[in-house]
Design a protein around this ligand. Sequence first.
Ligand code: TXA
Ligand code: MG
Length: 352
Amino acid sequence: MDQHGTKLLTVDKNVENIDENRNIMLAAEQLLEGEVVAFPTETVYGLGGNALCNKAIHKIFQAKGRPSDNPLIVHIGERSQLVKYVDNIPNYATKLMDAFWPGPLTIVLTHKGNLSKGVTANLPTVAIRMPDHPIALALIRVSGIPLAAPSANTSGKPSPTKAEHVYEDLYGRIPVIVDGGPTGVGVESTVVDCTGEVPVILRPGGVTKEEMEEVVGKIEVDPALMMESAATPKSPGMKYTHYAPTAPLILVDGSERFFNEIVKEAMASGKRVGMLIFEENKGRFSPVKKEVIMGSKEDLSSVAYALYDSLRSFEEKEVDVIFSQVIPEKGLGTAIMNRLRKAAGGNIVSEA
Ligand code: TXA
Ligand code: MG
């Protein structure tokens, strides 16, 4: 990379013969040289590096400012790559992969010890997924390497769903961003521990618990994900504050009337208020100008899609506090509320 710059390489994700695309080849070359490259997946943008190369993995942690005890997800392009790196694949894990790969599901299995140590943060297990995005898959194919990739944000910030978000966070810190337009799902993959008798959800995400139950029956949830749990999460990343905008975010659980009262109270005390609300409630609250719509309550995929961009949009709006509406924690609502709770640092006010 030139000392200061970060190159933006634009790729149309629907282009024919994507493996021969010049920008894909340039990005793959960088990866083969041990560099890091940001690229789109179907969930969020990832910051990829060769999962077999210590130097590349070190650069990922450095660029993000990520704590070294938080392991990375390895992205593969074909099922045959899986057995090179992991052992003891239970039947239910095969069923889950059959049903949801390529897609937003990450499987945690015991590794064979041949990946870069940094990837697994010295754990006996590794997290692996096959992304459902033509650009991510092309980079894996053309480079011929498994790509370790965390979300391409600065640690603690909302994950990037557009190349611009990566640019804001990592400009000058990485050589290349492949711009393939906005990502689709908008929240990260579901992380499932597959080392025990039954699958255990460590991080809710794009594939819902309900969808997985249809395929494998019983599924458990890491107790640390439950509200107000004091348990230490089994997914190391879940213990850090995350996804947070700059102004404090407070979740408001209650009626429209309650929401209005909370907003008015804050305004009366001289605060500049921002609101994160649903399409259905547009214009219905106290006349606060800084209102950001995070999709429709009736279509949770539209909320997941807009969530991180909405949180980031408050960086440009000068507000002292942000109030957000909430949704029931089922289906995709579980992942959305998990991210909102984290962004709010657990700050929630409920109507009695
Ligand atoms: O959708 C996604 O998963 C995106 C895209 C880029 O693929 N990636 C992503 O990576 O969200 P990251 O690093 O931001 O989150 C990975 C999560 C963290 O919570 C981490 O602690 C957990 O997966 N994880 C990784 N390896 C693990 C392991 N061996 N055991 C338990 N949790 C693990
Ligand atoms: Mg992340």
